[in-house]
Design a protein around this ligand. Structure first.
Ligand code: FES
Length: 119
């Protein structure tokens, strides 16, 4: 995790973060309390990352962060500073969804990311 995660800032302030998502580096200013799932969807337009439950149970927001499966509704965007993130958009460029559809039935973000990790 980067330096931004250790900064003390007020709720009105913004923190500059830098993340590599699907192979591209992005630098953005974010609200300190913004969840990573909202950052990915709203700031970067990556709509494969869904909010299903917001409680960490459904897996609809699953991504890979530094090679580890992470539920992005449980992580602040500032905690991702300096991280490398892979979403389904990035995975789709690497592999075919259909390769993972058969063993798991449905192609949810959790299923596809998990299948990618174990393949
Ligand atoms: S939205 Fe359900 S686990 Fe994140």
């Amino acid at each position: 995790m980067g330096m931004a995660a250790t900064l003390k800032v007020g709720p009105e302030e913004r923190v500059r973060i830098r993340v590599k998502v699907n192979g591209v580096w992005y630098e953005r200013e974010v609200e300190p309390r913004k969840l990573l799932v909202h950052f990915l969807r709203e700031d970067l337009g990556l709509t494969s990352v869904h909010v299903g439950c917001d409680t960490g149970h459904c897996g609809a927001c699953t991504i890979l962060m530094n090679g580890v499966s992470v539920k992005s509704c449980q992580v602040l965007a500032v905690q991702a500073d300096g991280a490398e993130i892979l979403t389904l958009e990035g995975l789709a460029k690497m592999v075919s969804y259909t390769q993972y559809r058969r063993p798991f039935g449905r192609s949810t973000p959790f299923n596809v990311v998990t299948a990618h990790l174990v393949s």
